[in-house]
Structures are given as C-alpha cells and as structure tokens.
Design a protein around this ligand. Structure first.
Ligand code: GAF
Length: 391
C-alpha cells in the first residue's frame, strides 16, 4: 500500500500549510511504479525486445513550489534530507538525491523551466530488489515537474529518456530504457512488448488462466551503481563494433560464430546470451498468442541458464531459488532485472503455488540463514498524478 496519508502528514509537519489544507493548490501528489519483466533481460541496451509491466508498488511524492531556486527534499523511508540549488553545477553529493537533481537538470535542458520546490517522498518499491525503485523515483519527479512547470508538454517516452539520462550522467549506470519505459507507460492488467531499437511498443493483456506471477526476493541487495553492469554493456558494444552493427540486435548467429576467434571467451559468451535472449523473447511472444504458458516458462528457465553461465549476473542465493522452483514444479523461474541479487520472477500454476511458497521459504532460510520474501505480482498503471479525498 502506498502510504500517501503518511507522506502528506510528513509534508505538512515539515513544510507547514500555506492556507487551506484541503485546497488542491496546497500540494501536488504524484506516483510512479516499479516494474517486473517477463523476459528480455539485458536486451534493451542491445536494441532488442523487452517484456515488462508496471507493478502496484510505487514511489509517491508530495510536492509544492516554494518560489525560490532551492529544492528541499525529504526521503521519508530513509529519513534523509537535502537542500540544493537548481543551478548548482555540481548538485548534491549523496547518491540518493542525485536522481532528483539529474531529472531537474535534464528537464531544464529540455526547456522545462523548473523552479524550486519542497518535497516529501517515499513508497513501497522494495529497495535493492531489482524492481527498479530508481526508475520509479526518476519517473515520479519527471512526470510531476513536467506537469507543474511544463503543462505536460513532454511526452511519456521523452520523460522515460530523461530518467535514463539521469542514470547515465548523474549516477553512472549505463542502463537501457526498459525500467523508465515501464514506469511511464504501465497499464493495469497488461504487460508491454517494447522494441528498444525503434521505440515501438504494444500492450499484451496479462490474465494467464490458472497461473500467476510471483517474485521471490532473495534479500541479497541488488545495486547497479558500481556493479559490473556497465562491463556487461561494454562487452556487447565491443562485439557489435567488430561485427560492424550498431547493436547486437543486428548481429546474426553466423556473424557471431565467424567473429569468435577474434573475441575473448567472455565477450563471446556475453554476446551468445544476448542473441539467445532475442530468440527467446520471440518464442515467448508466439507462445502467448496460443496461451501456451508452459513454453513461456521453459524459455524463462533457459534465460536463467544464460544469465547464470554466459552473462554471469546471478549469485548463489538466486540460483538456489531457481533450482528450488524447478524442484517444486514451477512452470518458469529466472533472475529478474540487472542481476547481482534481487528477485527471481516465477510463473507458477495455481495448484503448485502453496507448496512452492512454503517450501522455498523454509529451505531458503535453512540454507542461507535469512528469510526470502514472496511478492505477488499485480500489474498496475504507469506514472500519474493522484488525488486524495481531501482534494
Ligand atoms: C536494469 C537496467 F536498468 C535495465 O535498463 C535493463 O538493462 C535491466 O537491468 C536488465 O534487463 O534494470
């Protein structure tokens, strides 16, 4: 549940009421969700396809222009605060606030005349779970500030790109577009297939009869900042360059095999994973057309094998969760998102769910001495303004 009432209360205590607390001008409230991804991992920055959906878990911001050039921000869940000037060329040092600063600077570059504001924000996207709390944060601020200072002039894809540019320039993670795209474009009950080369996308209603999606959070903190994520991207770029294509999306199996003698074993395996993943996304799309969820699940397991052995972004805890899913007869399971911890995403038949849930929790804590956390997936809407009964 999004703790909107708690955030409003915290905002009023911190920044006071200007006039009538029930007035819609007293403050603005915006929300943007985290995401899941059915299949298509590490394909976005390779120009390939992804298959994400927004989730109900979101970041919520309560904000009000303050008539200055200062941003006063309070991250409620972390109990962190910062004040910084919009035109400060360096911006705040704590990483957490660089997401907000980056979005503001990128909006200014796009011609949106953002001014100072006070904000309290928080939410229920688990941090470090690979559900993209950072994209949710960027998209929440990008949507709010584009509405407040730009009358909603920039479209959703542009705002997603502003979030991505924030990661690249202010945080140092050379991510693709999937997470920000999903947070901006999510639709309740639908997954989306995005072609990351052309930017074209389509909604796929997701109501798998007799199956459900559940995340299992390993509680190994996934953190892309400072991780080998950027190295994976560089491997892919090296291979694409040698193949004479812009991204690996345009590299064929034959080209890759021809290049093999010139590639390090590591680069070869990274590229082999990416080419395989493109094929798997296509296989999943076809399977979905005939409601063939068993094939979808098989492809998810294959993706995990690729991420574990070729792309090497898994870890013992996650491998254990996937192996356990297979042992319990779960239809499909794999590590989700950037990797290095976080969650598995599992496609589970209804009749298997209870046994799986009990077994995985018991055996995980037995093995690692910590609890894993089950998170049922509910596909929700993308970034938006929200209103309360008070307004
Ligand atoms: C992270 C990145 F932010 C995405 O762009 C994507 O590359 C993903 O890892 C892997 O599919 O979430």
């Amino acid at each position: 549940m999004i703790p909107t009432a708690i955030l409003i209360n915290a905002f009023q205590q911190r920044f006071g009421c200007k006039g009538n607390p029930d007035s819609s001008e007293e403050f603005y409230i915006y929300a943007a969700p985290g995401r899941v991804n059915l299949i298509g991992e590490h394909t976005d920055y390779n120009g390939g396809f992804v298959f994400p959906g927004a989730v109900e878990q979101s970041i919520v911001a309560v904000l009000r222009p303050n008539g200055s050039n200062q941003i006063h921000a309070y991250a409620h869940d972390l109990d962190l605060q910062a004040s910084f000037a919009i035109d400060d060329p360096d911006g705040p040092k704590p990483l957490h606030f660089r997401y907000i600063y980056g979005v503001v600077r990128e909006l200014l570059s796009a011609g949106i005349e953002v001014k100072g504001f006070d904000v309290v924000y928080g939410g229920d996207v688990p941090l470090g779970a690979g559900m993209s709390s950072s994209a949710a944060l960027e998209c929440c601020f990008a949507t709010a500030l584009n509405d407040i200072y730009g009358q909603g002039r920039l479209d959703r894809m542009t705002l997603a790109r502003i979030g991505q540019a924030t990661e690249h320039k202010y945080v140092g993670v050379m991510c693709g577009i999937m997470d920000q795209f999903a947070s901006m474009h999510g639709r309740e009950g639908s997954l989306m297939r995005l072609d990351c080369r052309s930017g074209e996308f389509a909604y796929f209603p997701w109501h798998p009869q007799g199956y459900r999606l559940v995340l299992v959070n390993s509680c190994v903190k996934h953190e892309l900042v400072g991780s080998p994520y950027n190295d994976r991207r560089m491997s892919c770029e090296r291979v694409a360059q040698l193949a004479g294509v812009e991204t690996l999306r345009d590299c064929s199996w034959q080209q890759l095999e021809t290049l093999r003698p010139q590639l390090s074993d590591e680069d070869y395996r990274r590229a082999r994973y990416v080419l395989g993943e493109t094929d798997r996304v296509m296989a999943v799309c076809e399977a979905l057309e005939r409601d063939d969820y068993e094939t979808v699940g098989q492809q998810m397991y294959l993706t995990h094998e690729g991420l574990r052995r070729d792309y090497e972004v898994s870890c013992d805890e996650i491998d254990f969760l996937v192996d356990e899913a297979r042992r319990c007869g779960v239809t499909g399971s794999r590590i989700m998102g950037g990797g290095f911890g976080g969650c598995t995403i599992n496609l589970v038949r209804d009749e298997v769910y209870d046994t799986f849930a009990a077994a995985v929790q018991e055996r995980y804590s037995e093995r690692f001495g910590v609890a894993c956390q089950l998170i049922p997936v509910v596909i929700g809407d993308g970034a938006r303004r929200i209103t309360t009964d008070k307004q």
